[in-house]
Design a protein around this ligand. Sequence first.
Ligand SMILES: [Fe+2]
Length: 205
Amino acid sequence: MENLERKPVDFKKERPQLFKMKGISAKTVEEHLKIYEGYVKKFNEITQKLNNLTDEDYNAANVTYSLIRELKVEWTRAFGGMINHEIYFGHLGGEGGKPGSTLGSQIDKDFGSFEKFVKEMKATAMSARGWAWLLWSDDLNRLVISISDEQNTYMVQNSKLILALDVFEHAYYLDYGSNRKGYVDIFFDNIDWPVVEKRFEALKV
Ligand SMILES: [Fe+2]
């Protein structure tokens, strides 16, 4: 995995609207971005270690414990932590409301209505230990909502992440304490739907 070094997105510069959201404080965003940057750092560090494995390390491969096993497993967590947060911060700081264009029609088709979609997404977020995701499934040829308890769990094969809702406590505890529902509700008022629409349209569904 040569040449895989990634730089963190400079959200302070690229999305200043993240620091002026309704009900999600600048302090929460600032602290959350440090967590995101930590994932990018670990992604680069683990990638580097994988690149530097020796023949001795390859020969020591073992299912219970081996260096290559540990690195391969944690690489997926670092990668997930990096990409999940890039998607999340990339579509926050907007006006909320409803998606239009192709995505709006697809949501109506796959969930019955925007309101039904929101109901399922919020209930999924209230049941998740990490993330609620809106995904496009290439296999099912439709949008699906999935749950994840970590940065890298319960992945849905051949799917693409369209909308990510972070429900780790670091995403809301400073502003809402244990009232996760308050945060989940306000999340929808801050979605930048035009960004999500573009992301969806780029799939050329
Ligand atoms: Fe997070």
